[in-house]
Design a protein around this ligand. Structure first.
Ligand SMILES: [Zn+2]
Length: 480
């Protein structure tokens, strides 16, 4: 069964067919470092991290590239507001970006180039576009001429006239076409700038991604990711630049994630309704945020509110509680192997169903919520076994094979990797052995009021004592 992906370019779900068998190159648009990241910014970082991890799980050798936009109007504006150098703003928020994305468990990219590290390559790329007649220079600015590129609008599935409806009104009158965009921007006083054949200036935003993806993945590569809001103009412009400059196809598959809404409205800095990741981290575990971000299919919108985080938190707790209970019960099973004469209950089917359902969900365009649901089904069934008469009929190895599988698959999502919930198991063991011997002593004294009280009060805490010819054993049960 192959991995299928929904490709924005073809608007179809198609089998992933890498250019080089067994290897996948992924480029994803990184942060523009002028502020802390908000939960909406975090979504692509987390969901495409899962895409990467799943393809690795499926045996692909993945090369993952993400840029850092460290020169941009927004960075320059912020630097002017604070009266510091643009490079200082960029460095500060690059560090904060990594702190936040590391906290969310986003693995570092194999290549994480900063725009300012590849200026000579960008200049060369722009020269090629000028030579080939796809660009024109005016007073030190260089623009891409979209009317020369017949396929413009292919990714958005819109004609240029339709795309123009969304364009700002104050278009630069020097442009040949209102949708033409800057490849190189002439330096204004006080702005960071680099030398070029067109005078001092800096690259436009779009050219960064064309140059970096080519440099690390080649002119034809497998997957390009980003937020849905980047389809036009950013990704449309990347395609125009790259295909024109290289004559190659550029990215084969385009994956775009949906927005985060707050009360049904898109979260965006311009609307002022953003919630920063580091604000949420003050009151929530990183894993809770990660679970929330994966709780809807990556292409669908997802609503952020207090309840959604609380739901994620309790969902995680359910899994950790079950893992803890199962792992502790495995320890008990080793002390008290299956009941004599009782038929053994195999957990193979449970484990195999989990793996099968998980892979089926993830193979289908990385359906993480469905994959998480497969884990919850397993947890539900595991609880049923642990709470029921079959608890002593399974083996410790079998139980551990299920919990290990939950953790192995959880790692693909970056979830369920913490220690299991519940008290330290060695201490729990010792304390319960103490209660069991105190109860035995009470019974020996015929103090049945005390021995029954110990048993009943442990039951109230979810611990069942069972007297057998081999002695008294405890196990965790569902709270009454
Ligand atoms: Zn980009």
């Amino acid at each position: 069964m192959a991995v299928t992906v929904y490709n924005t370019l073809t608007r179809k779900k198609e089998p992933l067919d890498p250019i080089e068998p067994g290897k996948v190159g992924i480029y994803t648009c990184g942060p523009t470092v002028y502020n802390f990241i908000h939960i909406g910014n975090a979504r692509p970082f987390v969901v495409f991290d899962v895409v990467r991890r799943y393809l690795q799980y499926r045996g692909y050798e993945v090369t993952y590239v993400q840029n850092v936009t460290d020169v941009d109007d927004k960075i320059i504006n912020k630097a002017n507001e604070e009266g510091v150098a643009a490079s200082e703003i960029a460095e500060r928020y690059t560090n904060y970006y990594f702190e936040d994305s590391d906290a969310l468990g986003v693995l570092r990219a194999d290549h994480q180039p900063k725009a300012t590290e590849l200026i000579p390559e960008m200049v060369e790329y722009i020269e090629v576009l000028l030579e080939k007649g796809y660009a024109y220079e005016i007073d030190g600015d260089v623009f891409y001429d979209i009317s020369k590129f017949g396929e413009y609008g292919q990714l958005s599935h819109q004609k240029t006239e339709e795309l123009m409806e969304g364009v700002r009104i104050d278009v630069d009158p020097r442009l040949h076409h209102p949708l033409d965009f800057a490849l190189w921007k002439a330096a204004k006083p006080g702005e960071p700038s680099w030398d070029s054949p067109w005078g001092k200036g800096r690259p436009g935003w779009h050219i960064e991604c064309s140059v970096m993806s080519s440099k690390y993945l080649g002119d034809d590569f497998d997957i390009h990711c980003g937020g849905h809001d980047l389809v036009f103009p950013h990704h449309e412009n990347e395609i125009a630049q790259s295909r024109a400059a290289t004559g190659k196809g550029f990215a084969r598959v385009w994956l775009h994630n949906g927005y985060i809404n707050i009360g049904g409205t898109k979260m965006s800095k311009s609307l002022g309704n953003v919630t920063l990741v580091r604000e949420i981290l003050k009151d929530n575990k990183p894993e809770t945020i990660r679970h929330f971000l994966l709780s809807a299919h990556y292409r669908k919108p997802i609503d952020y509110n207090e309840t959604s985080l609380a739901e994620s938190e309790s969902a995680l707790q359910r899994v950790y509680t079950a893992l803890g209970k199962a792992e502790r019960h495995a320890g008990l099973l080793e002390k008290r192997p299956g009941e004599p004469g009782s038929e053994q209950v195999s957990l193979d089917e449970l484990r195999e169903k989990l793996t099968g359902d998980f892979e089926k969900a993830m193979d289908d365009d990385f359906n993480a919520p469905k994959a998480i649901a497969a884990i919850f089904d397993t947890v539900r069934n595991l609880n049923k076994i642990l709470d029921g008469p079959d608890a002593w009929k399974c083996t410790a190895d079998d139980l551990r094979s299920v919990t290990n599988e939950i953790r192995r698959l959880g790692a693909v999502l970056g979830l369920f990797q913490q220690g299991a919930a519940g008290a330290d198991s060695a201490l729990t063991d010792k304390l319960l052995d103490l209660f069991i011997s105190l109860r035995a002593e009470a019974r020996a004294r015929k103090d049945y009021a005390l021995s029954d009280s110990i048993r009943d009060r442990l039951a109230e805490l979810g611990i069942s004592l069972e007297d057998t010819p081999d002695g008294t054993f405890w196990r965790e049960i569902e709270l009454p």
